[in-house]
Design a protein around this ligand. Structure first.
Ligand SMILES: C[S@@+](CC[C@H](N)C(=O)[O-])C[C@H]1O[C@@H](n2cnc3c(N)ncnc32)[C@H](O)[C@@H]1O
Length: 327
């Protein structure tokens, strides 16, 4: 392994400079041909000297170039910032990206207390903050839609026996991108999207543009309340890790009661194979007190919720999937 350079690893200037440049739309202005610092600052509505200092820092790190004094341009690394995809939303400080960036300042408090520290930083617990700020929740929903799945792929089953599946419920399915792709891939399947009312309200366009609107029902509700019953598959994608053990068990129990007796619960995300400690999940530790779990830890939660792990394995995309059946 190369020698670890702690100065570089602990530098906060570069991550913040990138976010400031993204939030000010600097790359887009450059792509439109605005390159002189005064014109860039005017277009971005900011101070020219300060912007130049931020851009020079990034130039030194290999993002943007300064072909002449006071003139900045895109290079290969910076061009990614004008391409479609999830990166910009994740880095944009005026939306959910700003909350995520700022939330890291609560890491110490989370470690000291063993409790999520989001409220200490932003004044409200994470989910309540989203409830209280419609612009923020819109930006969160958009980031969930584009964030991890810029090209959504259909849900995967360990056994891939989709011919036996007729009804899928996507629990906490966001604005429906995964469900839409799943229904497109399996024309005999119908789907139900369960998420908070404000989020399912944004799903129309997703289902219509995928051409599956006639096979979808939506249920704007909490997934801690009883779920639509009797479906063949209940999907929990990138969801369970948001929650500490107690609410995660309640959520799984809701799935178990709705899936009984013959349905299954498919967990995609937040569970790692094997018995060694699960990695990752630091952000949810700060935001919500959630965690990633290994298969043993997940199996224990599932058992409390009335489920047994029936199968696990990797989807074609490489994601680790766990399938449970009512015990
Ligand atoms: C991390 S996102 C995952 C979204 C989607 N499954 C995906 O993979 O893109 C978590 C989702 O849970 C939803 N959510 C949070 N609390 C909820 C609740 N109490 N009831 C229903 N949905 C909830 C959020 O609105 C969000 O869409």
């Amino acid at each position: 392994m190369d020698k670890v350079d702690l100065w570089t690893l602990s530098d906060l200037a570069t991550p913040w400079c990138i976010r400031v440049a993204v939030t000010l739309g600097v790359a887009e202005h450059m792509a439109r041909g605005v390159t002189k610092i005064d014109e860039l600052a005017r277009a971005a509505d900011c101070d020219a000297d300060s912007l130049a200092r931020v851009l020079r820092h990034l130039v030194d790190k290999g993002v943007f170039e300064e072909p002449a004094d006071g003139e900045f341009a895109l290079n290969e690394a910076a061009r990614v910032l004008v391409e479609p995809g999830p990166l910009r939303g994740n880095l944009h400080l005026d939306g959910w990206g700003g909350r995520i960036a700022g939330a890291w300042s609560g890491l110490l408090a989370a470690v000291r207390t063993g409790r999520p520290s989001y409220e200490k930083v932003f004044g409200l617990p994470y989910w309540e903050d989203l409830d209280a700020n419609p612009g923020l929740s819109a930006s969160y929903d958009a980031q969930m839609k584009d964030g991890g799945r810029s090209v959504p792929d259909p849900a995967a089953l360990v056994d891939d026996d989709w011919e036996n599946v007729h009804h899928v419920v996507d629990v906490g399915g966001g604005t429906g991108a995964l469900l839409a792709e799943t229904l497109r891939a399996h024309p005999h399947v119908r789907g139900t999207l369960v998420d908070l009312p404000r989020t399912v309200a944004r799903s129309d366009e997703v289902f219509t543009s995928a051409g599956v609107a006639d096979r979808v029902a939506v249920s704007g509700q909490s997934f801690f309340d009883p779920l639509p019953a009797g479906a063949d598959v209940y999907l929990l994608t990138r969801l369970l890790l948001d929650w500490p053990d107690e609410p995660a068990t309640t959520l799984l129990a809701r799935c178990a009661e709705a899936a009984a007796p013959h349905g299954r619960v498919v967990v995609d995300g937040g569970v790692s194979p094997g018995h060694t400690p699960a990695r990752g999940g630091l952000m949810v530790m700060i935001l919500t007190g959630g965690r990633t779990r290994n298969l043993d830890q997940f199996g224990a939660l599932a058992a409390k919720a009335g489920l047994r792990v029936a199968a696990s394995g990797n989807a074609p995309s490489g994601r680790f999937i766990v399938e449970c059946r009512p015990a």
